[in-house]
Design a protein. Structure first.
Length: 369
């Protein structure tokens, strides 16, 4: 009996110890694979005081004298430190690439009880400005490049309009324009598809969601059905998931595995990623309602004084490519170009990584001159 009790006690400990050992081996392997080996290179994971709290940057590149490229991740709440190394590796030959885990996400996580009143669009915009200022000073570069993805494109567009003197150019990847309209267009395109296919079950389901989003209950009406809509869009190859993953569920599970194998993330970071409450899902926070109220044209207008590159996946119905095209046609800039990736959905850098890297090198890099 004693031996059985000991076995029951030891077995879970052995399993945990084995998993931790495997994780350590994978971390060592990937650390070696993605190591920066050039003499002038940089691979720095750094905590910086931004907006009154500690926030984290991951800075990588083959030559620190290369132009800085700051990537503003989407979500909000989809940080990229810990899973983006392989994707950005080709970019690092031409740029010093900076990933920033935004306020309350990833390594920059802090409990909402401490920072709930700071979770606002205006604070996120101010944080972005401070990160850019830090990088300009740290690397002694007057201007940097900026990529904004999804929610990050909201922050990026504000920087391009308000601080053009800080930027060589702005890349709008899946530009967020008007949140209510984007959510409606996503819904409308799926409904039109269901009607064209004669899918009565899906038509009835979607009609039951109308109006989407409900202007009197914006965030709740949006989030209540967004999972189902993304699932249906994935099914027809028009959704959030890259083609190689097949579904959003598989995609986000893959991100979790990458994070578990990352030297940049502690087990505490991963715990927060899995179990901690994020600001948009806290009804007391108010951040979700601010996000629903995003409207780029009314907030910053349509005139830019720096080059603008827009990047879209041709098959993206999540943030509809057609909607992005309409916005891009309405803006003015000294140089603008809309690059549509014909074999991509919402994440061209995952669906067509070589072509994406080529765009950065051939279209973006020359603008540093």
């Amino acid at each position: 009996m004693l031996s059985i009790i000991l076995l029951l006690i030891l077995a879970p400990l052995i399993v945990v110890a084995t998993l931790l050992w495997v994780r350590r081996q994978l971390i060592n392997h990937f650390s070696s694979v993605y190591a920066v080996r050039t003499p002038a290179g940089i691979d720095l994971l750094q905590k910086v005081a931004i907006g009154g709290i500690d926030q984290w940057l991951h800075i990588r590149g083959c030559d620190q004298s290369n132009p800085i490229l700051l990537f503003l991740h989407g979500g909000p709440g989809v940080p990229q430190i810990g899973w983006f190394d392989a994707i950005q590796r080709p970019w690092e030959n031409s740029f010093t690439v900076v990933q920033w885990d935004q306020r309350q996400t990833g390594k920059s996580y802090q409990p909402l009880s401490k920072i709930r009143n700071t979770m606002t669009n205006q604070q996120m915009i101010q944080d972005t400005a401070e990160v850019i200022q830090y990088l300009r000073k740290r690397f002694k570069q007057e201007k940097i490049f900026l990529i904004g993805k999804s929610y990050g494109s909201y922050l990026g567009a504000h920087m391009a309009a308000k601080h053009p003197e800080w930027l060589h150019a702005y890349v709008a990847d899946g530009q967020m324009i008007n949140f209510m309209e984007f959510a409606h267009q996503e819904y409308k395109q799926l409904l039109n598809h269901a009607k064209a296919e004669g899918d009565k079950e899906l038509i009835d389901k979607l009609n039951g969601m109308a109006p989407r989003p409900d202007p009197n209950n914006r965030w709740q009406s949006f989030i209540e059905h967004e999972g189902f809509i993304c699932e249906q869009l994935d099914r027809i190859g028009k959704g959030l998931s890259p083609y190689s993953y097949g579904s959003s569920s598989r995609f986000f599970k893959s991100l979790l595995v990458s994070k578990l194998c990352s030297q940049h993330l502690s087990l505490k970071d991963i715990y927060h990623h899995l179990f901690s409450l994020q600001a948009p899902y806290d009804p007391q926070c108010g951040f979700a309602e601010e996000i629903m109220g995003i409207d780029i044209p009314s907030e910053i207008g349509s005139a830019f004084s720096i080059p603008i590159l827009a990047i879209s996946g041709a098959n993206d119905w999540h943030v509809p490519c057609s909607y992005q095209t309409e916005w891009f046609a309405s803006i003015t800039a000294p140089h603008k170009e809309h690059i549509v990736f014909e074999n991509s959905i919402h994440y061209p850098y995952l669906d067509e990584p070589a072509q994406y890297a080529q765009v950065l090198t051939e279209k973006l890099l020359p603008l540093a001159a």
